[in-house]
Design a protein around this ligand. Structure first.
Ligand SMILES: Cc1cc2nc3c(=O)[nH]c(=O)nc-3n(C[C@H](O)[C@H](O)[C@H](O)COP(=O)(O)OP(=O)(O)OC[C@H]3O[C@@H](n4cnc5c(N)ncnc54)[C@H](O)[C@@H]3O)c2cc1C
Length: 272
């Protein structure tokens, strides 16, 4: 495997923001992943594993360690495969960028359906022991945009066992098209972003609606802007720095808190 030096994280994240990783590698298999972790341990440097980089913010100062881009199955390819095999249950995920690992980590959700609705078990690698084990769904501690993997960073998601049902191929394909259209219409796909920056908290109004009602749509800090199309998205209008995004998050949280008494919680993960 190739360990590269000083690789720009802006090039590997959907936000197109971030300084350089001191070391960077692409792991294409379980074997690569283990090799990369061993390499970092030997060098006594920290490491960070991510997937497609579609829900992360890399900092301007970069990362002083090894960034492991784990290229396991993309959600998009899984959706296509399930449609091909006439399996229903994943149509909601059409258009969500990222890998299956990222989707389970953050319990990805759309149209009121979430990963935890279809996951039966998850194969994980423990980075401390380098042992592989299987976690059943009830051991994954799933809740809204949360899983055990957010708490226990030692667990890397390798494989999923999903529960999908036999369906009608035409109907599955129709639903996928409809969902993709909805995304095109409602999400600012023309700008780099990391998706929704804030979690929708159970029992509270959606974060986008709170931000919109606080009059924040279009608000800018540097080159980071609250999307005019979907207020929970922060977009990179050109040369945004991570500092612009973090300062804009502060502005949003402060205004929403003072107007509605609700503390917004970030969904995006910071590479640190
Ligand atoms: C335009 C756009 C639209 C989006 N729409 C949605 C949406 O509708 N619903 C939704 O839920 N999300 C959405 N997102 C966010 C994002 O696509 C999802 O969170 C996706 O599941 C992230 O996958 P990833 O591989 O890119 O994860 P990354 O961004 O690479 O990583 C995110 C986190 O997961 C961890 N991680 C990644 N892979 C693994 C692994 N194998 N094992 C353990 N931890 C891992 C990383 O360490 C990091 O902390 C959107 C993003 C964009 C840019």
């Amino acid at each position: 495997m190739r360990f590269q030096k000083n690789i720009s994280l802006a090039k590997h994240t959907s936000f197109k923001i971030g300084g350089s990783a001191r070391y960077f590698c692409i792991a294409k298999s379980k074997k690569d992943l283990i090799e990369a972790i061993k390499w970092a341990k030997q060098k006594k440097i920290p490491f960070f594993v991510f997937g497609e980089g579609s829900n992360v913010l890399a900092l301007d100062k970069g990362y002083d360690g090894l960034i492991i881009k784990f290229q396991n199955l993309k959600l998009e390819d899984l959706v296509k495969l399930s449609a091909k095999k006439s399996l229903t249950g994943l149509e909601w995920a059409a258009g969500i960028p990222g890998t299956i690992g990222g989707a389970v980590y953050g319990n990805a959700q759309a149209f009121d359906v979430k990963m935890s609705d279809i996951v039966k078990s998850v194969e994980v690698l423990n980075v401390k022991t380098l042992k592989i084990k299987n976690l059943l769904k009830n051991q994954c501690q799933f809740s809204a945009k949360k899983s055990i993997f957010k708490k226990n960073k030692n667990l890397i998601i390798l494989l999923l066992n999903l529960e999908l049902k036999k369906g009608n191929k035409k109907e599955i394909e129709r639903k996928i098209k409809e969902n993709l259209k909805h995304r095109e219409k409602n999400h600012p796909l023309e700008f780099p972003s990391a998706g929704s920056v804030f979690v929708n908290q159970p029992g509270k109004p959606p974060s986008a609606s709170l931000i919109e009602k606080a009059g924040l749509k279009g608000t800018k800090v540097g080159h980071a802007q609250v999307s005019k199309k979907h207020a929970s998205f922060i977009i990179n209008t050109g040369k945004a720095k991570s500092k612009d995004v973090l300062d804009l998050i502060k502005v949003i949280k402060k205004k929403v808190k003072s107007k509605f008494g609700i503390t917004l919680k970030e969904e995006i993960q910071i590479i640190k």
